[in-house]
Write a protein that binds this ligand. Sequence first.
Ligand code: BDR
Ligand code: CA
Length: 311
Amino acid sequence: MSALRVHIDTDPGLDDLLALAFALASPELSVEGITTVAGNASIAAVTENALRFMTLAGAQIPVGAGADGPLALTRIDAASFHGADGRRGVPIADPPSRTPVESARDVLRRSLEARRVERVIALGPLTNIAARVTDEPDLFADTQLVWMGGTLGRGNVTRAAEFNAFADPRAVRVVLESGVRLRVVGLDVTARVAVRAGHLEAAGFAATPRARMVDGALRALFCAERAFSGEPAAYLHDPCAVAAAFAPDLFEFAPLRLHACDEEGSERGRLRVDAAARHVASYAVAAREAELTALFLKRVTEWASFVSVAS
Ligand code: BDR
Ligand code: CA
């Protein structure tokens, strides 16, 4: 079976870095392009992290830098959780040289048009995707968007909203109203899929640069989560969206018509079911949680044991 061609739009971000490692470690996927979007940290920081990750992975995948803020409303970041550098100082060596970074617009267009990707996996605010959907809707005719974002339950930024939805709710609305084929993996399931200290001891990472990144990112998430909720756990929000792209059987999806509140105030970023919405999204309502964690750990442990020429 040939690998599923995917494009990843991301705001790395600790769990984004782990999701990128998981994607490259998964033979079911062929990653054709990567674009960055401001979210967890500034566009400069998240693009830097994506470039460092590419060097660490020894991968020749085009990286395009995208939006430096939301389509509308005030700008936020998650520096208090992921650090101002987006990775809480987790070591990833500087690339020896930098090829000039292209624009997200060009890289995403090339992935969709020339590389004919079958999935776009979005791991951050939907700003880049909404811009392309608005300007060139036909580009998305043959692809499915798999987005980590939103919640129908309790949020993680406000009571109502999940971070990626809160960061650019106008973009969520544009995407929901565009009719793009959409699979949503929100906090309702991702907040139940975690790596815990016991897993980490059992994993026994090798002493490689990749392992230092993976182990460092998981431990940094433990610290951040302990300060946030009191619980030392690394929730696999973004890796869950990667899994949903190639292993949808690990989830249960419901067809839902959704609305996103794109106004400032206590409802900003809230997703709700809305019978009047024109389009139906496939919304993750349950997951095989332990199997997801096990699959993630197996893949990244293998990937981390390898010393690439570039790292
Ligand atoms: C989402 O918000 C970000 O902080 C994470 O990277 C993830 O994409 C979880 O709410
Ligand atoms: Ca993210």
